[in-house]
Structure formats: C-alpha cells, structure tokens
Unconditional design. Sequence first.
Length: 311
Amino acid sequence: MALVIAHRGASGYLPEHTLAAKTLAFEMGADYLEQDIVASRDDELVVLHDVHLDRVSDVALKFPNRHRADGRFYARDFDLEEIRQLQAWERMNADGTAVYPDRYPARSGDFRINTLAEELELVGALNRQFGRNAGIYPEIKRPAWHKSEGVDIAPLLLEQLQSAGYEGRDDPVFVQCFDADEVRRLKVELGCPYPLIQLIGDNSWGESPTDYDALRSPEGIASVAEVADGIGPHLSHLAELETVDGVPVVGPLAGLAAEAGLLMHPYTFRADDVPPGFANFDDLVQFFVREVGVDGLFTDFPDRVISLLED
Ligand code: CA
C-alpha cells in the first residue's frame, strides 16, 4: 500500500509544521510526518518550510526592523530564543491574504515554531505510548544557500537523527532534498545511513542550483538511482494532466523511475487544490495510486488519503 506522508503535518487543518499539525497527522494514522529544516542564527535546526518567517508568523509585528533589503525576514537572522517568541500562523500570501482560505483562520491561534529536536521528541513519545511506528521525513532546505550563510545543515541533521535513536535503513525515516549535489554528498561523502529521496522541481522555481530538466531525462534518472532510493516529483511531472481530451495520462518519468528501481513519492495532494483533469480529490488520488503506481503521497489531508486507500 502507498505510504501516506503528512505534508508539513495535517496542514490542511492546522497551521503547517506546528506540533499540533503533527499530532493531528499522527492521530489520523499517517505513515510519515514531514519536517522541513532551516537553521537559526545560532545554528539551531527549526522546522519551517521557507528560509523566511514572514508568511507563516507574526515576525513583522514583533520584530518590524529585522528584515533584509528584499523586505523578507530570514530565520537565519534570528536566534532560537527570538523565533520562540513568534506566533505561527496559517500560511499567507505576500499581501496578507490566506493561501488556502478554507483552512485554519488567518493570523489566529496560539501556535509556535518548533525545533527539530522538539518534534523528534514528540514523535518518539507518541510512538511509544500508542505502540506505533510513525516515521519522519526531514527535508534539508536550500543547502547551498545555508552554506553561503555559514551553516551546513546536513551533518547537524544526521547527528540529531542518530541521537534521537534513528540508526539506519530499518528505521522509519527518509531524508529528502531538492539539491542533487547535496543528495549525492549525503550518500557518498557523509555516509547517510537513511534512505534518500531526490526531490524534483521546476527550474523556474529557483529552489536549488540543480537542472531539473536534465534530472528528469533517462541519464538524469540513472544518476539519481546511483545515490537515492526514490524521487519526490511534483505530481505534474508524473502525469500529463491537461490533455486534448481532458483525460490525464501517465508520463514517461514514471516508467523511468520504475525501471531504475526508484520509489515515487510525489507532492502535493490537496483536497482544496485539485489540479485540472480530475473531477475531485478522490479521482486524483486513485489515478496516482492505480494508474501511476506511486509508492507514497505527500498530502495536506492524510485522513482523506488514508480512507481512500482503505476502500
Ligand atoms: Ca518539504
């Protein structure tokens, strides 16, 4: 059965990456809980999707003068003690409107941004008390940028995973990254003992120095298979969604990945943001599970995917 990966927690219901969102995802029965990892000024690993704080917190109210020239507030410019003072909010657009208006109310709730260590403790405690083995799925965010800012996240992450008791491939953990050089380094240089997932984006996003057009080619996928256990592509990379007759078809990347023996964990399955070509969320999930044959799905709505997979 395909793995259900709670994308930033049960982020369809509670502000992303808060311990509340992770606890809810655990209770829903997600197989894996995702952590995005960025570094604070004092080199603490915090769980945040962006290197910026301003779209998911009240940082601009509490520290109005601490933005950079581009107007953004960077986690790297704040000590953990300062980040702890922030309220974590449902994700906003640049103009302050909610990205997903039907989700948790904007600028509300008493939520905090937490460290990776705190989240690992939570997952460990819940697993022990409920007799479960829910996994973790940390992503190293923008490693090249972080190194240019004087911090190397990968070794810090591996140390924390070891001290939290994750020893190797038999433990429920995947490590993911968009940067192909970093995935290779994790495997070859740092001897990462955990399964690795190469995330695949579009070059237009500027997410990393990696050329994703090249990475999706047969040669690119072969090079990924040398170091990684799977790929994490956008769902539009695995299927052609907007066809002439309106019926989505499986794309070539799915075949390449399957041939190379790579797991497929596409993102992001959102009940309130169903892409064209699908009548509803159920059709979307069923197509990727049955037609594309994915091994796991990143979703903001773990409960919905779990109930579909159980049918
Ligand atoms: Ca992520």
